[in-house]
Design a protein around this ligand. Structure first.
Ligand code: NAD
Ligand code: ZN
Ligand code: ZN
Length: 389
């Protein structure tokens, strides 16, 4: 089959790889009909995530048709149309029972690698390094889906691939970012990053009762989509001092809750930006946490800082003093996607949201290298690339 493979920093290549096979009784093989490129894939593309190997099949946002099933998968049938969640989770361990699916204790065969970095291992993730399981991803014609009896959900025929594909990741992720804030009526929420995750965090904050959402980015086209399609007010961090602007917009108190939808590759024009660039280049820091620092310092005392942007390692100049002295709550996580798929599918079916509003580019799987380049450079007003195998 054809698959998009990682070959080093800023190099991906669509090539022939062996077809996936059923290895375990709870596996399914999916013929992929739609797949997408995620902001998290950019961290692999830009060489920020260790333990990638040349030839690894990328991709963790995908859906398609069941073509083969292991003997223990009783809830699906060959021919079913399903969306697959990006965290691989067994459904039965202590973490899965708590619905903390991205912490599944049974899905990362390379847990020892992750333990070195994080203390304990999170779940395995499709196409996301050997430290997180070394699973082949879904930017391909077919994928093997472990624990297929608990992960994938069937989707109704009257909804298109584009309407349901993002249940695999970014819609639940944005939603969890907002949910972790425990928003109360009248609250103001600030969202750093108007990428796909930020767009869904904005929409979800409104769904959960926020009165105002203020979104921060520097790309005018992304800010325009945040205003016109997600309903946010926007501010550009290259034009204004974000802390001052937010303070002024919120009666001197700061936003009630702040969501970081930027993650480890935060961009900053100022002195702190130069500091992070030097330190990451010298391998003295792994991430560039500009947005996170700002979110913490800008948040109202007693508010919540919700981090769905992905950080990989160890951060510098982390304002822990602000968290302690101003009673801030810090919450984070890789999304527990399985927990949100059905309720969010219901919202799509009810017409409350059509997640396809983020799609700007539709390409063939063979064009994945171009797609990665456009999305990474934010060129051609690229917000979200969907690939068709
Ligand atoms: P993206 O690259 O399209 O979006 C990031 C946005 O942040 C860009 O628009 C960029 O201009 C903006 N940005 C950069 N520096 C900024 C700053 N200092 N202030 C404000 N905005 C800034 O990516 P995406 O697909 O939207 O993903 C965003 C993050 O969410 C990534 O880190 C990704 O890994 C993460 N993610 C997490 C999960 C999860 O489960 N927690 C799931 C999916 C994605
Ligand atoms: Zn993702
Ligand atoms: Zn589990």
């Amino acid at each position: 089959m054809r698959a998009n493979c990682w070959h080093g920093t800023k190099t991906v290549q669509v090539q022939d790889v062996p077809d996936p096979k059923i290895l375990n009784a709870r596996d399914a093989i999916i013929r992929i009909t739609s797949t997408a490129i995620c902001g998290s894939d950019l961290h692999l593309y830009n060489g920020f995530i260790p333990t990638m190997k040349r030839g690894d099949v990328l991709g963790h946002e995908f859906m398609g048709e069941v073509v083969e099933l292991g003997s223990a998968v009783k809830n699906l049938q060959v021919g079913d149309r399903v969306v697959v969640p990006f965290p691989i989770a067994c459904g039965h361990c202590a973490q899965c029972e708590r619905e903390m699916y991205s912490l599944c204790e049974n899905s990362n065969p390379n847990a020892w690698m992750a333990e070195k970095m994080y203390g304990y291992s999170p779940c395995g993730i499709f196409g996301y390094s050997h430290m997180l399981g070394g699973y082949a991803g879904g930017q391909a014609e077919y994928a093997r889906v472990p624990f297929a009896d608990v992960g994938p959900i069937k989707v109704p025929d009257n909804l298109s691939d584009e309407q349901v594909l993002f249940l695999s990741d970014i819609f639940p992720t944005g939603y969890m970012g907002a949910e972790m804030c425990n928003i109360e009526p009248g609250d103001t929420v600030a969202v750093w990053g108007c990428g796909p995750v930020g767009q869904f965090a904005i929409r979800s904050a409104y769904m959960l009762g926020a009165e105002r959402v203020i979104a921060i980015d520097r790309f005018p086209y992304r800010m325009r989509i945040a205003r016109e399609r997600a309903g946010a007010e926007t501010i550009n961090y290259e034009e204004v001092d974000i802390y001052e602007a937010l303070r002024e917009m919120t009666g001197g108190r700061g936003p009630d809750h702040c969501i970081d939808a930027v993650g480890m590759e935060g961009h900053s024009p100022g002195v702190m930006g130069a500091y992070d660039r030097v330190k990451t280049t010298m391998m003295m820091e792994t991430d560039r946490p500009v947005a996170l620092r700002q979110a913490i310092l800008s948040c109202r005392s007693g508010g919540t800082v919700s981090v769905v942007g992905v950080y990989g390692g160890f951060l510098d100049k982390f304002p822990m003093g602000a968290i302690v002295n101003r009673s801030l709550t810090l919450r984070s996580g890789q999304c527990h996607v399985q927990r949100y798929m059905r309720p969010l599918l219901k919202r799509i079916e009810d017409g409350e949201i059509d997640p396809s509003f983020v799609i700007t580019h539709r390409m063939r799987l063979d064009e994945a290298p171009q797609g990665f380049n456009l999305f990474n450079q934010k060129q051609d007003e690229c917000l979200k690339v969907v690939l068709k195998p």
